[in-house]
Design a protein around this ligand. Structure first.
Ligand SMILES: NC(=O)c1ccc[n+]([C@@H]2O[C@H](COP(=O)([O-])OP(=O)(O)OC[C@H]3O[C@@H](n4cnc5c(N)ncnc54)[C@H](O)[C@@H]3O)[C@@H](O)[C@H]2O)c1
Ligand SMILES: [Zn+2]
Length: 348
């Protein structure tokens, strides 16, 4: 088992392990009840085993299951879950467990932040992407007009991975998780002082990854950044690398692409915008070998319109996270954006 301590405003531990030994070591189960939030797929594949393990803690268990997919990340769902909690007598000493991928993590975390003005919660992530989303305390639900528009910074009391559960992921969800892991690899040289970019691409070329070791490395990058900037006033913006164009693609494609796929394309684009054609080409070549969902190309203005709403923009100028000697968040001219779009389109 690997344990990573996150020194957030309230420190917490992340464990990465095969199996569920963390359950016998953590202090959270001195709670009045355990309230698990999960989705139907995770419940079907892993629910029974996890529930049996939780029963050894001898606390009442409340089990709320929602439909898979981002459609469940809504205020309507929060109200339904609050009804579940109230009718099952969940109180301020209840422990909420987010048991699932990033969707469940964001939903259950937001629920915990508002239920009775805040109850403790832990993350039990079941996807690779969640090595990113479960760390850092950003929780949210979607609004019909904008993804993640209703949210909070609310730190978990712990994050506990059982990597054995990753074996049931579809290839598509593995690729999606890989998007954020590759992003962390690109950022590692600025954040950790040494880069694991080459090691990761070498390992990927050799076959399936040994997840435990790679999640540890990805989480280490995320941990350093959120410790330095818990509430996104500065360096946390670096985590947005690949997301400016990525979010635009996700939205224009009406979520036909997974988040990670959109970020992967978005990173190729960001390298092109920053003039790093070598890395752009290398990543594009890698993506072409994988079954990445193809883009249904739209006129450039369609993406420009969405990028115009990006949170990083200042005075109407679109800004990008660019990786060079250092990391910069820079305004970029439309001319440069069009050129990068034409190059990317030519490759895919
Ligand atoms: N809070 C943050 O900092 C942050 C960061 C990045 C992404 N996010 C959010 O995370 C979400 C995306 O995360 P995700 O990709 O994990 O999505 P997800 O939770 O929707 O999971 C993807 C799919 O995998 C299934 N699944 C989950 N675990 C499984 C397992 N072990 N075996 C088989 N299938 C499994 C789910 O049922 C779902 O269909 C989005 O809502 C995004 O906004 C949040
Ligand atoms: Zn992301």
């Amino acid at each position: 088992m690997v344990t990573i301590r996150v020194n957030a405003s309230i420190p917490y531990d992340i464990t990465i392990d095969h199996g569920e030994d963390w359950l016998d070591r953590v202090p959270y189960f001195k709670c009045s009840s355990i309230w698990v939030i999960t989705d139907e797929t995770v419940d079907r594949l892993h629910g029974t085993a996890f529930r049996q393990r939780l029963e050894t803690r001898q606390r009442p268990i409340v089990w709320s299951v929602v439909r898979p997919g981002d459609g469940s990340k809504s205020l309507t769902m929060i109200e339904r879950l609050v009804t579940d909690g109230l009718t099952s007598h969940c109180d301020r000493d209840t422990l909420v467990i987010a048991f699932g991928g990033g969707m469940v993590g964001d939903l259950a975390g937001f629920l915990a932040s508002v239920y009775m003005r805040g109850v403790r919660y832990i993350q039990v992530p079941t996807t690779i992407l969640a090595h990113d989303s479960a760390v850092g305390g950003k929780v949210a639900v979607n609004h019909p007009l904008a993804k993640n528009a209703i949210g909070a910074f609310y730190q978990p009391a712990g994050v506990h991975y059982n990597v054995d559960r990753l074996e049931t992921l579809t290839d598509r969800d593995v690729l999606s998780g890989l998007g954020e892991l590759i992003k962390h690899a690109y950022l590692s040289r600025y954040v950790l002082g040494h880069s694991f970019e080459d090691d990761l691409f070498t390992a990927l070329a050799q076959g399936p990854l040994e997840w435990e070791a790679w999640l540890v490395r990805g989480i280490e990058v995320k941990r350093r950044i959120v410790e330095a900037d818990e509430r996104e006033q500065g360096v946390r913006a670096w985590l947005n690398f690949g997301h400016t164009f990525g979010h635009a693609l996700e939205s224009v494609e009406a979520y036909r692409l997974t988040h990670g796929e959109a970020v992967l394309y978005g990173m190729v684009y960001a390298f092109l915008v920053g003039g790093d054609v070598t890395r752009a080409k290398a990543l594009a070549g890698f993506l072409k070998q994988l079954a990445i969902t193809p883009i249904v190309w739209q006129p450039f203005e369609t993406y420009l319109e969405v990028m115009g709403h990006d949170k990083k923009n200042r005075s109407g100028r679109i800004r990008f996270v660019l990786l060079g000697e250092d990391v910069t968040v820079a305004s970029v001219t439309t001319e440069r954006l069009v050129k990068a779009y034409e190059q990317l389109k030519g490759w895919f």
